[in-house]
Design a protein around this ligand. Structure first.
Ligand code: MEV
Length: 454
């Protein structure tokens, strides 16, 4: 009898966890257990490090670690590490990097690097009294957290500002302290959350004792204290620009001026239509997330903040913009990127550490610029394909490769199929039939060599 639930799973050893999983959820327990274990690292120390990042680990889930070379950003050359499972993304980033390398490279600047946090609380009192003593409260909040902020202040960071936001017109008795921080080279999550929790205790002590408040106003209920992943003032801009004629000819037939016009129109469409904007920004995040993952940063935080930013005026829009003016083609991306190059996984994950080394151990600001340039490159490559050849041409080439691997094609068969499908429509069936025809020719008499799979 299979058991689909368990108590005490976390207490089992790794082998015990695998045993329970395979015996209760798989048809072939022995084979699955062997396979899961085959992905354990040989180096026990390194495996321990990986296991330490999460809970209930039973194996490792591999993703390709690729590199996109030839990124010239503000005149400096980078080979950008990218972790992504989607085919064509690294190739697209590399080709866009090479394209722009010959046209002045990428430019980037950090517009600001403020991180945000919030202390949410309920309070039933006269808000004017709280406003009247708010400067006093702020001093106390700063003073009560110097033990947490001292080191960050030495590095040039710390608490920047504290605002009181009154939400009582939307939710009874609800206020928040909205706090901005500079966290230098760290993403700052632990720093910010520790300060906010301390703020909660300080606020309660302040309200309980300050003479301005009546007895009935002394109690503050702390709802929660947590950073915000929306960081509209932790934004980096990356851009490319060149004279229109320097763009060259596309796909052997589209001249530069036609391309520039069509390209700008495609970006405009992504600004006015949320359906297109979502796919368009997905393309940007293909590049962004890949570098975020490779450098041990938090891609969920970056995605969440990026999408909110894309909807900051009330409608979800493209994160990138394009201008064709006075003979110049300019394409740029503004994106919030709250990243770190110290702390978190950045130095603990052995490959993330190597990724940062590959980038020359950048500061958080430099990393923001590299990531934004990669997002822009990805976006450029995708939209360039869309308005010229169409996306399927490149995608299907990779798809063909995957089908050939799946059908265990030999090197010669792969070569022949690649040439044959240059001008043919690629589908699993078409490739299977083509391989069969090749194999039939080779081994006369044997019939269907590759079984239908669909
Ligand atoms: C696919 O992963 C990304 C694209 O759909 C992006 C876009 O449409 O701009 C190609």
């Amino acid at each position: 009898m299979k058991k689909k639930t368990i108590s005490g799973f976390s207490k089992l050893s790794k082998r015990g966890k695998i045993r329970w999983i395979v015996e209760n959820f798989f048809k072939d327990p022995e084979a699955v257990a062997r396979e899961l274990k085959s992905y354990w690292l040989n180096n026990e120390e390194q495996q321990k490090i990986l296991d330490g990042f999460s809970e209930n680990t039973i194996s490792n889930f591999h993703l390709p670690f690729g590199v996109a070379p030839n990124f010239v950003i503000n005149g400096k050359a980078y080979a950008v590490p990218m972790v992504i499972e989607e085919s064509s993304v690294v190739a697209a980033a590399s080709s866009a990097a090479k394209f722009w390398m010959k046209r002045g490279g990428f430019h980037a600047k950090v517009l600001d690097s403020k991180k945000m946090g919030q202390l949410h609380f309920s309070w039933n009192g006269n808000v004017q009294k709280l406003q009247a003593v708010f400067e006093e409260l702020k001093e106390k909040l700063h003073a009560d957290t110097t033990h947490i902020t001292a080191n960050m202040v030495k590095r040039g960071g710390g608490i920047l500002d504290i605002d009181l936001i009154d939400f009582t017109n939307q939710e009874e008795n609800y206020y928040q302290l909205r706090v901005s921080f500079e966290t230098c080279d760290s993403m700052g999550a632990n720093f910010i959350n520790s300060i906010l929790e301390e703020f909660g205790r300080s606020l309660q002590a302040f309200m309980a004792t300050h003479p301005i408040f009546d007895e009935a106003e002394r109690e503050v209920d702390i709802i929660m204290a947590i950073l915000s992943n929306y960081t509209p003032e932790c934004v980096v801009r990356a851009w490319v620009e060149c004279p229109i004629e320097d763009l060259g000819v596309f796909d052997g037939k589209m001249d530069a001026a036609t391309f520039a016009k069509k390209y700008a129109k495609a970006i405009r469409i992504a600004q006015i239509d949320p359906y297109r904007a979502t796919t368009h920004n997905k393309g940007i995040f293909n590049g962004i997330d890949a570098v975020i993952l490779a450098t041990g940063n938090d891609f969920r935080a970056i995605e969440a903040g990026g999408h909110t930013y894309a909807a900051r005026d009330g409608q979800y829009r493209s994160l990138s913009s394009c201008k064709v003016e006075n003979g110049i083609f300019k394409f740029w991306l503004d994106i919030p990127l709250a990243v770190g190059t110290v702390g978190g996984l950045t130095k603990l994950h052995p490959i993330a550490k190597r990724s940062l080394e590959l980038l020359g151990n950048p500061s958080a600001h430099e990393l923001m610029m590299v990531i934004a340039a990669t997002g822009l490159a990805q976006n450029f490559a995708a939209v360039k394909s869309l308005v010229t050849t169409g996306i399927q041409k490149g995608h299907m080439k990779m798809h063909l490769k995957n089908i050939l691997v799946h059908l265990e094609a030999s090197e010669q068969e792969e070569e022949a199929a690649t040439a044959y499908f240059e001008n043919e429509v690629i589908s699993f069936t078409a490739v299977r039939n083509y391989l069969n025809s090749l194999r039939e020719k080779k081994f006369k008499g044997r019939k269907v060599l590759v079984e239908p799979q669909e």
